[in-house]
Design a protein around this ligand. Structure first.
Ligand code: C6P
Length: 416
């Protein structure tokens, strides 16, 4: 049975939409919002907003520091959120989850802590040509400091990783393979388990940039056998300002701290300190407590929907979106066929620049992102400077795809 024929009866989009207050607003007088920019950041259901509101109204106190009732309540709520997120990604222990600010900080934690401790001049790190700047620049910074060699798995014209080239690169005996499980521009879902298996067979560790995959696909770190996985709450119905680095316990235990300060220590003397145990060793200073609690509510919401159902819903939308977009004369959609990608459609039009497309669509309340989407090298590879990007999530409908297509016809008419 094709994806399009599979029933998604349990997936009641109208009911889901009713949980998102922002989807009821007009963006211009009488023009309702059609939000197609979830790859940049997702909208938030009332369950997440309420959990954070309730925390501030009822339980607010700093964590791990007090023994009064509120401090204990807020510590328990913060740690419960960590447990829920650990269960959501199938982590063996919540102690392997470090709260960070976002995916970007999680990757910097790995480059600055694991990378500085383990990589030496001449060592090789493999990345891919489809990486977001967050999984490029931290490695470039480390490469400059440590004189490392960066190699890249090429992207084919179709928008897939060239795994034959990857096989050849592995012969160079890299120390690390770091890659996005899903591209934020092409939507490509990379064969992460296979990439990791091959890396391990060649003696390399792996870092999965899960910024786009964890919100949209079932991701189980044990099944993947990943060494590190980075992701952000704000792209998966949670608040901004909080993310996760999952790391294999033996690796995290051997790594030096990233930031120094309160909570990451067990004992401090005037000239020295002893690091705390996991995960606190990597959580210096007062963390984003309400945001952690909101993050916990977000993964509960997604777990209730079921990540297989989320993936299937987005597959249905992207199949339909690609079919409809390809009908429009001159539209070029980047990336592979729908069965190899998630709910992301980046496209160009011969008549209009991506910024103009976005501006005209906005007059109809349609929010899409325009630009290089923090993946300049990938745009260079395809010989373009910008694309317009429509991206889909649990609250989007096939009717919204139709409105997008109507909007693109309007752009074509205006710029003809
Ligand atoms: N991509 C987009 O519009 P942060 O900003 O740290 O939460 O996530 C960074 C990041 C890392 N990897 C991938 C694959 C991403 O897509 C992103 C964020 C957004 O495409 C904002 S640039």
């Amino acid at each position: 049975m094709s994806v399009l024929e599979q029933p998604i009866a349990a997936f009641d989009v109208q009911k889901i939409r009713s949980d998102f207050p922002i989807l009821r607003r007009d963006v211009h007088p009488g023009v309702p919002l059609i939000y197609l920019d979830s790859t940049a950041t997702s909208q938030k259901p009332r369950q997440v907003i309420d959990a954070m509101d309730e925390f501030y109204r009822h339980s607010n106190a700093n964590i791990h520091r007090g023994i009064h009732a509120l401090a204990e309540e807020s510590t328990a709520a913060y740690e419960l959120a960590r447990e829920r997120i650990a269960a959501f990604i199938g982590a063996p222990s919540p102690r392997e989850l470090i709260f960070t600010r976002n995916t970007t900080e999680s990757i910097n934690l790995v480059t600055q802590s694991w990378g500085r401790a383990n990589l030496n001049p001449g060592d090789i790190v493999i990345l891919t040509e489809m990486e977001h700047h967050s999984n490029l620049v931290p490695w470039q910074m480390l490469a400059q400091e440590r004189n490392l060699r960066l190699e890249f798995i090429p992207v084919t014209a179709e928008g897939l990783l060239d795994l034959d080239e990857y096989t050849s690169l592995l012969k160079l005996e890299p120390k690390m393979v770091a890659f996005a499980q899903m591209s934020n521009v092409l939507g490509t879902i990379n064969p992460a388990a296979e990439i990791i298996r091959m890396a391990h067979a060649a003696g390399a560790l792996t870092l999965v940039d899960g910024a786009q995959s964890v919100p949209h696909l079932p991701v189980n770190v044990r099944a993947l056998d990943a060494d590190f996985v980075a992701f952000s709450a704000h792209k998966m119905l949670g608040p901004s300002g909080i993310g996760i680095l999952y790391g294999r316990k033996s690796l995290l235990e051997a790594m030096p701290p990233f930031l120094g300060g309160g909570d990451m220590i067990r004992r401090v003397e005037l000239r020295s300190f002893q690091s705390n145990t996991l995960p606190y060793k990597f959580e210096a200073g007062t963390p984003a407590i309400a945001e952690a609690i909101g993050f916990g509510a977000a993964v509960d919401y997604l777990a209730n929907l079921g990540m297989e159902a989320v993936e299937r819903h987005e597959q249905k939308i992207i199949h339909y979106a690609l079919e409809r977009l390809e009908e429009i004369p001159g539209v070029k959609v980047f990336g592979p066929a729908a069965e190899h990608k998630g709910g992301v459609a980046s496209f160009t039009l011969p008549e209009a620049h991506a910024h103009d497309i976005s501006q005209v669509l906005d007059t109809d309340g349609i929010a899409v992102r325009a630009g290089h989407h923090c993946a300049m090298p990938l745009h260079d590879k395809f010989g373009i400077t910008a694309t317009a990007r429509a991206s889909f999530y649990v609250y989007n409908t096939l009717e919204e795809v139709d409105r997008l297509v109507d909007g693109i016809y309007k752009v074509k008419k205006l710029f003809a």
